[in-house]
Design a protein around this ligand. Structure first.
Ligand SMILES: [Zn+2]
Length: 489
């Protein structure tokens, strides 16, 4: 929601980024190669044989929780040294923790659309740069759950996560436009008075997103003070007549223009204070989620409900020169992902496998025994939970694109420049090692561009195949789906 553009970031990075001339020729050649490359070369690895008995639960509920702008490593379960998330950390003991859940890129609107369609950014083609509703032919997660008889309810913070973009499809009710202070009592009331049968609740909030309050991150109930007690500076959220999100957005514009440096804007103490405010907001959300989990337990629903806690992207605090969430470094692209399976199946497991936002929809449908519509490009995570390998890598779209594997982080800016980061030795993505690993760069780039090309081609195919989802699957396709664990009971 900032006024700066990724194109402007790209321009600056091109001017000030590391030299990559040795790779540019290779990029052009590789890009040409991808035009004829087999699509399957970059596809996620097929499901491996696995056995998790009893994970499928056709009479279970679904609760999908998306905490907008929740940076993974600010939760205890992902290594925060602050006590930001005691309830989420406890929840993780009942869930499967994913260490390498990577978003699909582009921010709130396209990532949530990937969550609800199982399609990547360049396939569903819904993004904030050119905002248009999801094509009417597409089938959402909610469409499928509703068709299976679920009572479907959404409680969202609004913004980009509103019904008009297509998120409302299939919901019996879709409330948008408020945070947990308003929506959590609504959820509680719904749970207490819900109709008979199964429910699907989508709960989304901007409580940890910078807002229009005076302070950039502000939480109710004294949480602003939770991690900021030692601060004696003068930062109060406003400068030169701008406050909160407006202030941070104005910083971004000046930083991208190289007019100022982070130290011109904030002292280290001021920055620590701002991060403390953000962490306080996380603690508030954590407290509210703790109450929700307790409520589900009191009602006897906790073990009968597939509960997913995730986010759409993280947040930057000058980690790479900017604030908010405009760059695809891991502080933004890596999202928390905790999946609580019904009846405690796989509770406490943890995996480093690469997974993508597009995998959420097929995972949810797999667990409740519904076959995903044939357009879905994500894969159920149940084989990963069973110890399978996950994806080779995840493509993150946007102007500054990224190919993220377990060990490497490759950035490619169109076909003009590349950075490579060795995550084993440099998890903060600080030192470009492109020239030390040009062979690896070429391999990664080939995969990245093939994946990107595949996504674009699938988007074109879907756009040209009106209402293709209504066509029944063939016996061969059904057999393939059954082999992958998608078959419904
Ligand atoms: Zn967002």
């Amino acid at each position: 929601m900032s006024k700066i553009t990724l194109a402007s970031i790209t321009s600056r990075r091109l001017l000030h980024g590391p030299s990559v001339s040795a790779v540019l020729t290779a990029i052009a050649a590789i890009a040409a190669m991808t035009a004829t490359a087999a699509i399957t070369a970059c596809a996620p690895k097929p499901a491996q044989p696995f056995s998790i008995d009893g994970y499928r639960c056709s009479d279970c509920n679904v609760l999908l929780i998306s905490i907008d702008t929740l940076r993974a490593n600010h939760l205890g379960v992902y290594g925060s040294v602050r006590a930001t998330s005691p309830n989420i950390d406890r929840f993780a003991q009942d869930a499967v923790t994913f260490d390498n859940s990577i978003d699909t890129g582009g921010g709130t609107l396209p990532v949530h659309m990937s969550m609800f369609t199982g399609l990547p950014y360049r396939t569903h083609d819904v993004n904030s740069a050119n905002p248009a509703p999801l094509a009417p032919e597409r089938v959402t997660l909610t469409n499928q759950l509703k068709a299976a008889g679920y009572d479907t309810r959404a409680f969202t913070g609004g913004g980009f996560v509103v019904a008009s973009y297509g998120f409302g499809r299939g919901f019996n009710s879709y409330f948008a436009g408020a945070n947990f202070e308003t929506t959590m009592p609504m959820v509680d009331q719904y749970l207490d008075h819900r109709p008979p049968g199964r429910f699907f609740i989508f709960l989304h909030t901007y409580d940890v997103h910078s807002g229009t309050h005076r302070l950039p991150y502000e939480a109710p109930g004294g949480y602003n003070e939770m991690f900021t007690g030692g601060y004696h500076g003068t930062f109060d959220g406003c400068q030169a007549g701008r406050c909160g999100s407006d202030l941070l957005a104005s910083w971004g514009a000046e930083l991208v223009g190289a007019k100022i440096k982070p130290n011109d804007l904030m002292s280290p103490e001021d920055l620590e204070y701002m991060v403390g405010l953000y962490d306080g907001a996380i603690a508030y959300v954590d407290h509210e989620l703790g109450g929700l989990f307790s409520h589900l337990k009191r009602l006897g629903l906790y073990d009968k409900t597939l509960i997913i806690v995730t986010g759409d992207h993280g947040e930057e605090f000058f980690d790479h020169g900017l604030v908010l969430h405009h760059q695809n470094f891991d502080e933004t692209a890596r999202t928390p992902l905790l999946i609580h399976l019904p009846r405690g199946v796989a509770a406490g497991r943890r995996t480093k496998a690469m997974v993508s936002t597009v995998d959420l929809m097929p995972t949810i449908l797999d667990v409740v025994g519904i076959q995903p519509n044939r357009e879905v490009m994500g894969h159920s995570l149940m084989p990963v939970i069973a110890g399978g390998p996950g994806r080779d890598g995840v493509y993150v779209a946007s102007a500054v694109e990224k190919w993220r594997t377990q060990d490497w982080s490759l950035f490619f800016l169109g076909d003009a420049a590349v950075w490579l980061f060795d995550l084993k030795n440099d998890p903060g993505e600080k030192k470009n090692v492109l020239h030390q690993h040009e062979d690896i760069t070429g391999d990664l780039l080939r995969h990245a561009l093939a994946e990107r090309w595949h996504d674009v081609q699938m988007g074109t195919k879907l756009a040209n195949a009106k209402a293709s989802h209504t066509a029944p699957t063939t016996p061969a396709e059904e057999a393939r789906l059954r082999a992958l664990g998608y078959a419904s009971h």
